[in-house]
Design a protein around this ligand. Structure first.
Ligand SMILES: [Zn+2]
Length: 171
């Protein structure tokens, strides 16, 4: 396993904005990449990482929100059901020093291939659902800053006193 370099939106925006290709075959190269992605995510204290964030334009993501159910290795993931709504803060390992308020479904069903290449349906709720939605967006070149209602510096202690009026940056 190896830690890979995580691309940043400021310097690698072109790569991060591309639509990723479907994985045709779950082979050793894909499994090694997934292992590297997990190691890279853990090293960066993240709860999810998508392949384009390490410069690979394939439909792959790893998610582990430390709720005891992960890590999830998602190959060609697709959200097949959405239910409810949650509004909450999000950040991204590819976007430095910005958080945003993002509305996501409260519950989702995700269809994906597992490490054996077998089709699985995962049900996710709350924070796990949020993390999966965020990572799956990456596979279509969508960053949370595109869908956030506001953007703010998470270290800004004065933030609570300011009106929320930073507009989201659109693609
Ligand atoms: Zn992200």
């Amino acid at each position: 396993m190896a830690i890979r370099k995580i691309l940043n939106e400021r310097t690698d925006n072109t790569t991060l904005r591309r639509k990723c290709r479907v994985v045709e075959q779950v082979d050793d190269r894909i499994l090694m990449l997934l292992d590297d992605m997990l190691e890279t995510m853990v090293d960066a204290n993240g709860v999810g990482l998508a392949a384009p964030q390490v410069g690979v334009l394939r439909r792959l993501a790893v998610v582990d929100v430390e709720d005891g159910t992960g890590p999830y290795f998602l190959i060609n993931p697709e959200i097949i059901e959405r239910e409810g709504e949650q509004v909450g803060p999000e950040g991204c390992l590819s976007v430095s020093r910005l958080n945003g308020t993002v509305t996501r479904p409260m519950k989702i069903k995700v269809k994906a291939l597992d490490r054996e290449g077998k089709e699985r349906i995962y049900e996710a709720e709350g924070y796990l659902a949020r993390a999966m939605c965020h990572e799956i967006d990456h596979l279509d070149g969508i960053l949370f800053i595109d869908v956030a209602a506001d953007l703010y510096d998470p270290d800004d202690k004065e933030r609570e006193k300011k009106p929320l009026k930073v507009r989201a940056r659109r693609k």
